[in-house]
Design a protein around this ligand. Structure first.
Ligand code: GDP
Ligand code: IMO
Ligand code: MG
Length: 431
């Protein structure tokens, strides 16, 4: 029995989907604990590509149980679409192997309308570049204690009462403050009554299911979404998402105590990307950045936006090791760096005339960072077929060694391509 939390160490899109799908082989239960369908986790299995937005990335393993925890914000239309898409591709998803917390909060149509209208109202240069999926407004309602939970759908009178109150409040803001269209209670109620019927068999108490699994000696894998620098508390605020994305969130977002977590693994892309607004100290706004973007196929898996690309940021990595209590790292997309020579890794930041080892909390200071780089020789060999550390070029091994030195923790696996088999295993991540 063991429990492993997997989180992103950067600004998301580190390759969590690939790694979770891979590690799910060793787990019995796979759990999402925060975020919503702002996430886009890509799996490539037997040449077929799947993108999980809401359903845990263990779903392709027919004999595993996938759970969506209370910390997730849940859009029923996306959930149903994802199930239908999987089933059209021959993967049956039934309540036997997928359950949903009754305490997860529902993303409502007014959350999406507000997300768009608020973003539109922000002046140029101050836009967050949200995914427009209603994530921020949904978490706002949860914290303000106005949210509607998945479980409320099982009592349609309660649901209707909460819906009426919310639509009245939100229509006022939408029409009077944001110059947007109002929403109609009756339309939303009809839509959600149908969702209630579809969702009911999946609704359960995820915390109890996790407890039962632990008591039965099962192994659990907790799948983070977004990344450490998008965390609402620890990221580059306000250019963050609206949830805690760090490993600690697995406890609150799934209903498991911290003493029951055995290991935490951080996924770190061999370079850095960011999609959406906000500061990015090691960004390459030049032809090399374009090269990484093309070679790494860096397009958002949710919105299709071009991802901004830059050098690996050791300061971000160091912070991720501390904040998440990482035990090990999975380095992804090492193959993409072939042909770039030399390579830079940022080891420190300079701002306000001094050197710093950590990300500042003041956003103006983050925007003024001057990255300090260590330069290493690159390599030119194609890495996509490599399956052992010894077969990697010496320069690639030195690059990995430099990462381990900055992080102060071992690398447990290296990914050299999007497919499951394009992986070099160094240590057992569960051990
Ligand atoms: P996630 O949000 O962290 O799950 O990451 P995404 O799925 O949004 O983005 C990662 C992208 O890189 C996906 O298109 C993956 O198929 C791809 N990918 C994952 N690992 C590797 C790798 O080692 N090499 C290459 N070339 N692509 C990878
Ligand atoms: P995965 O799980 C990358 C970014 C958005 C925006 C900010 C706020 O695939 O790594 P939101 O819609 O959450 O309010 O947007 O967060 N963002 C992500 N960036 N990967 C993600 O998820 C992201 N989820 C949100 O681009 O900058
Ligand atoms: Mg993604």
């Amino acid at each position: 029995m063991s429990t492993l939390v997997v989180v992103g160490t950067q600004w998301g899109d580190e390759g969590k989907g690939k790694v979770v799908d891979l590690l799910a082989e060793r787990a019995d239960v796979i759990v999402r604990f925060q975020g919503g369908n702002n996430a886009g986790h890509t799996l490539l299995v037997d040449g077929k590509k799947f993108i999980c937005h809401l359903i845990p990335s263990g779903i392709l393993h027919g004999n595993k149980v996938c759970l969506i925890g209370n910390g997730v914000v849940f859009d029923p239309s996306v959930f149903i679409k994802e199930i239908e898409e999987l089933s059209s591709r021959g993967i049956t998803v039934d309540p036997e192997r997928l359950r949903l917390s009754s305490n997860a909060h529902l993303i409502m149509p007014y959350h999406k309308a507000l997300d768009h209208a608020i973003e539109n109202a922000r002046p140029e240069g101050k836009k967050l570049g949200t995914t427009g999926r209603g994530i921020g407004p949904c978490y706002e309602d949860k914290i303000a204690r106005n949210g509607i939970k998945v479980g409320d759908l099982l009592d349609l009178d309660l649901f209707r009462e909460k819906l009426r109150y919310n639509v009245r409040e939100k229509n006022f803001i939408l029409t009077q403050r944001l110059n947007a269209e109002p929403l109609v209670v009756r339309d939303i109620f009809r839509e959600f009554r149908e969702y209630a019927r579809r969702l009911a068999p999946f609704v359960d108490d995820v915390s109890i299911l996790i407890d039962e699994a632990l008591r039965n000696g099962k192994s659990l894998l907790f799948e983070g979404a977004q990344g450490t620098q998008l965390d609402i508390d620890h990221g580059t605020y306000p250019y963050v998402t609206s949830s805690n994305t760090v490993a600690g969130a697995a406890c609150c977002g799934a209903g498991i105590g911290p003493s029951k977590i055995d290991k935490v693994i951080g996924i770190c892309k061999a370079y850095t990307t960011r999609v959406g607004g906000g500061p990015f100290p090691t960004e390459l706004a030049d032809t090399l950045g374009d090269y990484l973007q093309k070679k790494g196929a860096e397009f958002g898996a949710t919105t299709g936006r071009r991802r901004r690309c830059g050098w690996l940021d050791g300061v971000v990595l160091r912070d991720a090791v501390r904040i998440n209590g990482l035990d090990g790292l999975a380095i992804t997309k090492l193959d993409v760096l072939s042909g770039i020579d030399p390579l830079n890794i940022c080891t420190e930041y300079e701002f306000s005339g001094t050197r710093h080892l950590h990300m500042p909390s003041n956003i103006w200071a983050v925007e003024a960072i001057w990255p300090i780089y260590e330069t290493l020789p690159g390599w030119h060999e194609d890495l996509s077929q490599i399956r052992s550390l010894e077969d990697l070029p010496k320069e690639a091994r030195d690059y990995l060694k430099a990462i381990e030195e900055i992080a102060g923790i071992p690398i447990v696996l290296i990914s050299v391509g999007p497919a499951r088999e394009q992986t070099v295993f160094l240590r057992d991540p569960f051990d």
